[in-house]
Design a protein around this ligand. Structure first.
Ligand SMILES: N[C@@H](CCC(=O)N[C@@H](CS)C(=O)NCC(=O)O)C(=O)O
Length: 220
């Protein structure tokens, strides 16, 4: 196989998902940074969507972070990140779908919605979603990860957004609830993971990265 190339941006939670997957599977790859504040013309010519992340395998391109991680799971099965049992696999995918269809739209919606009159409704939806996540993690009694002792694509799909939480606190008056013990336990396990420690960015990084979008400099 050709060496994989990942077009990525540190600030992008979707690209973060793929970086975590590559790290967990110990897949050799080249990381090519894309400046999302100034996307180069050559990238628009290369990428079918113009968005990050993008995975390149020789002449083949794969986009959409979840599809990329499924591809990595299929192509590099040695260190699996989905359970073997078909029912457990289906349940993992239900949670991955929940992240993309419900949690992430509220999370990103609150970040990027500039109409303040809509913020309270999104904050309410996000709180509801966090309750659902906490309850789901409570069911994983063997923990500390979503599906039990082994980290999976479910953890990788959700985690990046939690690292962006300081942005919601600073710019959108949204504090992560502190009483969600299962989320807190899961976050501690994720932060201790080598793949996360090697890729994590601190609150200052995200606050600086989002500042031009959220302090009114861009978008109004
Ligand atoms: N559904 C896509 C979302 C990718 C996405 O929205 N990427 C953002 C950065 S986090 C982007 O490239 N934005 C630049 C743009 O839309 O022009 C995925 O999961 O890969």
């Amino acid at each position: 196989m050709n060496k994989l190339q990942l077009y990525s941006a540190d600030v992008c939670p979707f690209a973060y998902r793929v970086r975590l997957c590559l790290h967990e599977k110990a897949i050799e790859h080249e990381l090519i940074p894309i400046n999302l504040d100034n996307i180069p013309d050559w990238y628009y010519e290369l990428s079918p969507t113009g968005r990050a992340p993008l995975l390149r395998l020789g002449e083949h391109l794969i986009w959409e972070s979840l599809v990329m991680n499924e591809f990595l799971e299929d192509a590099y099965p040695e260190r699996p990140l989905l359970p073997k049992d078909p029912v457990a696999r289906a349940h993992a995918r239900i949670w991955i779908d929940y992240c993309n269809s419900t949690f992430q739209p509220s999370f990103c919606g609150l970040v990027f919605e500039l109409d303040e009159s809509k913020h309270e409704a999104i904050r309410t939806a996000l709180r509801e979603s966090l309750k659902v996540i906490d309850a789901a993690l409570a069911e994983s009694s063997s923990g500390p990860f979503w599906l039990g002792e082994e980290l999976s694509l479910v953890d990788i799909t959700f985690y990046p957004f939690f690292e962006h939480a300081p942005v919601l606190a600073r710019y959108r008056s949204f504090e992560m609830p502190t009483d969600h013990e299962n989320i807190n336990r899961w976050l501690a396990a994720m932060r201790a993971r080598r793949s996360v420690r090697d890729n994590a960015r601190d609150a200052d990084f995200y606050l600086q990265a989002y500042k031009p979008y959220l302090d009114g400099t861009i978008g109004k």
